[in-house]
Design a protein around this ligand. Structure first.
Ligand SMILES: C[S@@+](CC[C@H](N)C(=O)[O-])C[C@H]1O[C@@H](n2cnc3c(N)ncnc32)[C@H](O)[C@@H]1O
Length: 222
């Protein structure tokens, strides 16, 4: 089994980037539930075959993907490295889902590099922001070993605008603005996926008031 991956420190950056990248174990719980990742759910809805499929949501946060997947009939195993997040996701699932749907979703505390089991789809949404590319390569290898058909990952793209944000943020150090965030070149993420035998089927993006991320759906070539 692979060693769990751990984030490395990075210079302080602007608070607006901090909104998407708190340190994993101390992730503050959002007051309002975050919206479900629309890009991924629209793919799931377009495919129309979520019911009965197994999903692993690695780094599930408060369950913004896991809960709507279970509501669509999927069997969801969700996990987070933070026990607080895993417990909050379980609490929100119990509150939001009817009994049969709630029974289809399980939540636990785990490092995504130390998961077990096999799933039709493995999703890892907005987790890679916490890790440098070398760890992302390791994470993609670990997640690939768990995914039978499909791997969905999102990452904050290394664009000129984001890179400038980070650069400017380095001039404003301070506890309220300090965090860790890693941007990734899409080519590097795609290369890591292809090295594990995946082919990119769909590309998308998600955007919020604070940030955007790119989403890749990778499948095993027939
Ligand atoms: C920005 S939040 C995204 C949460 C959720 N995927 C979503 O889209 O709403 C990142 C989450 O990744 C979790 N995380 C970070 N490193 C992890 C790891 N190695 N294994 C599992 N979860 C991890 C954090 O605790 C946090 O809940």
């Amino acid at each position: 089994m692979r060693a769990p991956c751990h984030p490395l420190p990075l210079p302080p950056i602007l608070v607006c980037v901090a909104a998407l990248s708190p340190a994993p174990a101390h992730h503050p719980l959002p007051a309002a539930p975050p919206p479900p990742p629309p890009q991924i759910l629209s793919w799931v809805d377009d495919d129309g075959d979520a019911a009965g499929q197994t999903f692993c949501d690695a780094g599930c946060g408060v369950g913004s993907l896991a809960i709507p997947l279970a509501a669509r009939g999927a069997v969801v195993t969700a996990s987070d490295i933070s026990p607080t997040m895993a417990a909050e996701a379980a609490r929100r699932a119990a509150a939001a889902l009817d009994a049969p749907a709630a029974a289809r979703a399980t939540f636990r505390t785990a490092d995504l590099c130390a998961l077990d089991g096999f799933y039709d789809t493995v999703a890892c949404v907005d987790v890679m922001i916490h890790y440098p590319q070398a760890d992302v390569d390791e994470m993609i290898a670990a997640l690939s070993a768990r995914a039978k058909r499909r791997l969905i990952v999102s990452f904050a793209p290394k664009t000129l605008a984001y890179s400038l944000f980070k650069k400017v943020g380095e001039f404003f150090p301070g506890p309220s603005k300090a965090t860790r965030a890693y941007l990734h070149a899409e080519a590097d993420v795609v290369a890591a996926l292809e090295a594990q035998g995946w082919t990119i089927r769909r590309r998308g993006s998600t955007a919020s008031k604070f940030y955007f991320s790119n989403v890749l759906e990778a499948v095993r070539e027939a």
